[in-house]
Structure formats: C-alpha cells, structure tokens
Design a protein around this ligand. Structure first.
Ligand SMILES: CSCCC(=O)C(=O)COP(=O)(O)O
Ligand code: MG
Length: 261
C-alpha cells in the first residue's frame, strides 16, 4: 500500500487573512484600540509598561519625521499630561488609518488587547479548518507549527489562547513578529529558518499576502496563498504563479505537498 508523507517539516503561518478573518482584525481588534484609547491612557497612565510603549511610539515618530514621512506626528516629552495624551491619540489613529505594520504600534495595540482578552471582551476568531489541520499535523505527521505575523508576539498568543476554538497554544511551537524583520523581506525568512533550524525548502509558508509569499519563496520556502472570503483579490498572474488554497485541509491532498513513501 502506498502512503504519502508531507514534503515539509513545519508550517509557518500568517494570521490576518490566513488563520483568522481580516474582518475580525479590522472590525473587532482595531476598533477596540481606537474606541478605547482615551480611557485606556487615562486608566493606565502610571503603568511603567504603558510608559515603555509610549516611549517606543515616541522614538518611532522621531524616525518618521527624520525620514520625511508625510503626516508623521511627534509625541512631545512635556510635563503637560493632557498634551502628551492628545498627541499619542493622534499618532496612533494616523498610523492605524494607514494600517501600518510597525513594531511600536503593534506592541501598543497588543498591550491594549491584553485587557480586552482578559476581560472576555475579545475572543480570537480562527477559521474552522485551522484546528483540524493543527490536530492532523501534530498527531499524524509531527509537523511543527510556527506563527509569523506583523501583530506582536504577545498579541499572537492572546488570539490563539483565547480563541473561539479553545486554547490553541499547545499546538504552536514558536512565534515570530516584525522584530525579526519585515514580512516583505527575504532576509526575515532566512533568519527564521536559521532560528528554527529547519532547511527553507522543508518549511511551508501560508499567507494571504502575495508580497510575503514572494519574499518567502525567494528564501527557498515552499509556499501557498490562502484565499479566504474577504481577502484582497488575486490577479491572473498571482493565480498563474502560485498554489492557491481556500482551506488548510486542501494541503493534505495537494500533490505538491505530498510525496509517496
Ligand atoms: C496578532 S495579529 C493581530 C492583527 C494585526 O495586528 C496584524 O497586523 C496582522 O498582520 P498579519 O501579518 O497577520 O497579516
Ligand atoms: Mg495576512
């Protein structure tokens, strides 16, 4: 009898648009930040963790102004608390309007979501097929599962721990965010492969973002674009040049990802 085994030893997964609906991120997580920002700053102003996140935003804003980024908003170091809060709010709202994938913003968002998840006001949405794929990868094939998202590692863990499919942290072997580098750069994927000590061609990267897929493939990864409802439309060229899946379970029967043994 011929059996099949996967061509990869681990999967590296994007979150937004891949394990999780884009609508959850844009209609639940992001508004949680923008709608609660002022109260959150008032209630947590004396927290050293908040002050550390604000300092990261401040340092990024200085870089942005030095790099002539249009509309960049500085956060002053004045004694006037209300003035500082005003500029923090302006700064965060501006960055979120352009959906910026930058460490200081992602770290601040993750800090705010922490209380939302702890209070039960937020629950991570995970697509139906993801949990079944996790179970099969771990149970049948000993495939390792890693996450690589622009969201902070703290935020990634919150989503998978407090998900609508239960606590999924036990399935996941490690997490990467943009502190390893941009998801659009080949070098980030090279670094991840080195860190997890798996050859690039034995890693399967799944994402909704074609630019991320191109970067991962240039580092030698196997790749597939995940096309979920609500994701950005793919061009004819994207379809011609990539494997496109609408569901993780399709990987188990896709010829490119299996070999006979
Ligand atoms: C922990 S993910 C929260 C969503 C988020 O902020 C984000 O930027 C997701 O980006 P991804 O790289 O997963 O597409
Ligand atoms: Mg994504």
């Amino acid at each position: 009898m011929s059996t099949t085994i996967p061509t990869f030893k681990c999967v590296l997964l994007d979150i937004e648009g891949t394990t999780t609906p884009i609508s959850f991120v844009h209609e639940r997580l992001f508004p949680y930040v923008t709608n609660n920002l002022e109260n959150f700053l008032n209630e947590n102003w004396n927290s050293p963790e908040l002050q550390q996140k604000v300092q990261l935003l401040r340092e990024q804003a200085i870089k942005d102004v030095n790099n002539n980024l249009p509309d960049a908003i500085l956060i002053p170091e004045s004694n006037e608390m209300d003035e500082i809060k005003h500029f923090i709010i302006q700064n965060i709202k501006w960055q979120m309007e352009i959906d910026r994938k930058i460490g200081s913003l992602k770290s601040f968002q993750g800090f705010m979501w922490e209380s939302g998840f702890e209070l039960g006001e937020l629950k991570g949405e995970i697509f139906e097929d993801v949990l079944e794929a996790f179970k099969r990868w771990k149970g049948e094939f000993e495939i390792q599962i890693f996450i690589y998202s622009s969201g902070s590692i703290n935020a990634q863990k919150l989503i998978f721990k407090n998900s609508d499919k239960g606590d999924l942290l036990g399935y996941i072997d490690g997490y990467f965010d943009t502190s390893i580098g941009s998801k659009l750069e080949k070098s980030s994927y090279v670094k991840i492969a080195k860190e997890i000590q798996i050859e690039p061609n034995e890693i399967l990267f799944l994402s909704d973002n074609v630019k991320e897929i191109i970067a991962a493939r240039s580092a030698g990864y196997q790749t597939a674009i995940i096309e979920r409802e609500g994701n950005a439309p793919l061009s004819d060229d994207d379809r011609k040049n990539n494997i496109i899946l609408s569901d993780f379970l399709q990987i188990f029967s896709h010829a490119s990802f299996q070999k006979s043994s």
